[in-house]
Design a protein around this ligand. Structure first.
Ligand SMILES: Nc1ncnc2c1ncn2[C@@H]1O[C@H](COP(=O)(O)OP(=O)(O)OP(=O)(O)O)[C@@H](O)[C@H]1O
Length: 654
């Protein structure tokens, strides 16, 4: 890599004089083609030099010997020798698939595979599998990697990607993938590595259209945000659902009941009717059968009949996708109608200037305003929330009267759900610019999205594909999905490959067994995780003084390496803050925010409080507390201590 860097530096030095710091061509040096070439080269070498920086991570982690005698190293990036021949293959290159997928049963022309163990850039060992002789080794290097103490944000797993994960990561770009997986089965890891694989293999298409990763909250994003950059991908935009839907700018909050209605999929129908319901008949435009529409055009007076106008409106309604385009189509039909009359009368066709003038004629504009009034999102929202008759018309047969009564708000001070409604309304008014949608979107914790949130994402996906990751058992929002088929429908994808992951990489068997007791009580038919880990420990501590119990548990946990996460019901977590103040390596997490995170040692505080706690915002959502507990119990990589002063919830008992 040092040699590759030196070559690139030399190229950069040769041409860098031809651009200034902003990358602008200074116009010095050779003229014409040569100058342009120099400019391109100088720009090209800048990101490449950044890419060739030694990050103190081993450049390779595997090697395969093929049946024909060739052998390859597999690593984080491509490395070539001075002749341009590959020394290390990028893990995303097609040939690397053989490294990840070959087995004694399905060798894929691989005779022998070697895994290297590293700490930083220091080689610590290697293990060989002679596939030709049918050897399959339970990898100590994989085990060590999984059990390694966590010191901070999530890391990449390129060195130890498992065959069933690799199979998902490398699905071709057009595939819409939906992955249901129990806690710790590597869903997030698969999603992020898939994003990197796609960008490498479909560079042209995807760097232009963009790849987006959507996560549930800021904490989760900062936990995962380092993975793609270590894989050399800095162009992926990572965002929370709230940022994507603009909810972070919301100025008001809905009651729980109002939010439920506003997030419901039936709201999409309400929005559709609220917009398209504005389309009237020719009579609304002041036209009668006797008179028709009279249009003054210089010295001429044209007349369009009622039937012609009704047909024009019906055609526009049928053939245009957006309301705004519909109005234009009627306007166009009027021009065409008059043009034909003019042609017959004068023998020649009037020009474009004439057409523009005709459209501006007061009678044409008045007709259009009556039949197809100009709208924008704000005016529709205002009418929906401010005009009871309009609201009743828009919701009739779709929502009940009680539900309709909950649809209130101030468009100037929208709630998070109002912004979804606004986005939906706008989608009927105007088509989104196709360049605003992403080539691929990875959606994590997708079970928590409401139908209306899914639809916002769908509109930003357009013709692009998605990787949808989640666990129905960890759904904790009031609108959490009950089925992946429905969720994918809301996301606008019809062709979907569904798959379920059950091998647990995070949580050791003793701990997952405890969590799996809770699973049958969550009302979802998903498969439990089977841990590949037989290590780990579980401690149940009954105490009379909860705070003292937590303090003790944390002190004990700190005797071991790694991060400690203390998870408690939201209110309890706030109360514990002063108790844990100033302790290094300890993070206090409210149960409602623990999703997606992991710690070497987890202390779960008073499970029964987590079960009883209302959902965020004070609402009571049936069963949500138990799901928060399930999430909390599945965050530990090595050790779990459950501290309780009250009885444990019945669902945790054997
Ligand atoms: N092949 C692997 N090699 C090493 N570590 C792995 C592998 N697959 C997953 N892991 C690790 O297992 C842990 C759990 O993975 P991840 O967070 O992706 O699971 P998840 O299914 O998203 O979990 P949750 O449902 O709890 O959010 C992570 O620390 C991840 O790095």
């Amino acid at each position: 890599m040092a040699a590759m860097r030196a070559t690139t530096e030399a190229i950069h030095r040769t041409y860098a004089g031809e651009v200034d710091e902003s990358g602008k061509n200074l116009g010095i040096g050779d003229v014409g083609i040569d100058q342009h070439f120099g400019w391109v080269m100088a720009n090209y070498t800048v990101p490449r030099l950044a890419d060739l920086t030694d990050r103190g991570i081993a450049l390779f982690f595997g090697r395969i010997w093929m049946d024909d005698g060739e052998d390859f190293h597999i690593g984080r990036r491509h490395i070539r020798d001075e002749h341009g021949d590959p020394l290390v293959l990028d893990w995303r290159a097609p040939l690397s698939e053989q490294y990840y997928r070959a087995s004694a049963h399905d060798r894929r022309d691989v005779a022998r595979r070697r895994r290297f163990g590293f700490q930083g850039a220091r080689l610590t060992g290697f293990e060989d599998e002679n596939l030709l002789f049918g050897e399959e080794v339970a990898s100590d290097i994989l085990t060590a990697e999984i059990e390694r103490p966590r010191t901070g944000p999530m890391r990449d797993i390129v060195a130890t990607i498992q065959p069933e994960q690799d199979e998902l990561i490398r699905r071709e770009a057009g595939t819409n993938l939906c992955v249901q997986g129990a806690p710790g089965t590597g869903k997030t890891a698969v999603g992020l590595h898939r994003a990197a694989w796609l960008l490498y293999n479909y560079t042209d298409k995807l760097t232009k259209s963009g790849v987006l990763v959507v996560g549930p909250n800021e904490g989760f994003l900062s936990y995962i945000s380092g993975v793609l950059p270590t894989l050399g991908e800095t162009s992926v935009w990572q965002t929370t659902v709230h940022q994507l839907t603009g909810a972070h700018t919301a100025a008001a909050t809905d009651s729980h009941e109002a939010a439920l209605v506003k997030h419901d999929e039936r709201m999409a129908l309400v929005c559709e009717r609220a917009v398209w319901g504005h389309v009237g008949t020719a009579a609304d435009g002041g036209v009668t059968a006797e008179e028709g529409l009279l249009i003054a055009d210089g010295g001429w007076r044209w007349r369009l009949g009622l039937n012609f106008l009704e047909d024009a409106i019906a055609n526009a309604r049928k053939h245009t996708r957006t309301y705004t385009a519909g109005r234009k189509a009627v306007e166009e039909a009027i021009v065409q109608g008059v043009r034909r009359q003019a042609e017959i009368r004068s023998g020649h066709s009037p020009d474009g200037k004439w057409a523009t003038k005709l459209k501006r004629t007061p009678s044409v504009q008045a007709f259009l305003d009556g039949v197809w009034p100009k709208l924008n999102g704000k005016t529709v929202m205002k009418k929906l929330y401010g005009n009871p008759d309009f609201l009743a018309d828009a919701t009739r047969g779709i929502l009940t009267e009680e539900e309709t009564a909950l649809l209130t708000g101030k468009p100037g001070r929208p709630t998070a759900a109002d912004l979804l409604i606004m986005d939906e309304i706008e989608s009927h008014l105007k088509l989104r610019d196709p360049s605003d949608s992403y080539g691929h979107i990875v959606i994590d914790e997708a079970q928590d999205l409401s139908p209306m949130q899914c639809r916002v994402i769908a509109r930003r996906s357009g013709k692009g594909s998605v990787t949808v990751l989640g666990d129905l058992a960890q759904g904790t929002t009031p609108w959490a999905a009950a089925s992946w088929e429905d969720q994918m429908r809301h996301l606008g994808k019809e062709q979907v490959e569904h798959t379920e992951l059950t091998t647990g990489f995070r949580v050791p068997a003793v701990i997952i067994e405890l969590a799996n007791r809770v699973l049958p009580h969550l009302g979802v038919g998903v498969a439990p995780a089977r841990s590949i880990r037989s290590d780990g420990s579980l401690d149940m501590v009954a105490t009379a003084d909860l705070e003292a119990g937590v303090r003790d548990a944390v002190a004990k946990a700190l005797r071991e390496e790694g991060l400690v996460g203390v998870i408690a019901a939201d209110e309890r977590a706030a109360a514990l803050r002063p108790v844990l103040e100033g302790t290094d390596r300890v993070e206090l997490v409210a149960a409602s925010l623990a999703k997606g995170l992991e710690y070497d040692h987890v202390v779960v505080v008073e499970p029964v409080e987590i079960v009883e706690a209302p959902a965020t915002g004070g609402a009571t959502v049936e069963g949500v507390g138990l799901r928060h507990l399930y999430v909390a119990l599945t965050r530990a990589v090595s050790r779990l201590t459950v501290v309780h002063a009250r009885d444990l919830p019945a669902e945790m008992r054997p």
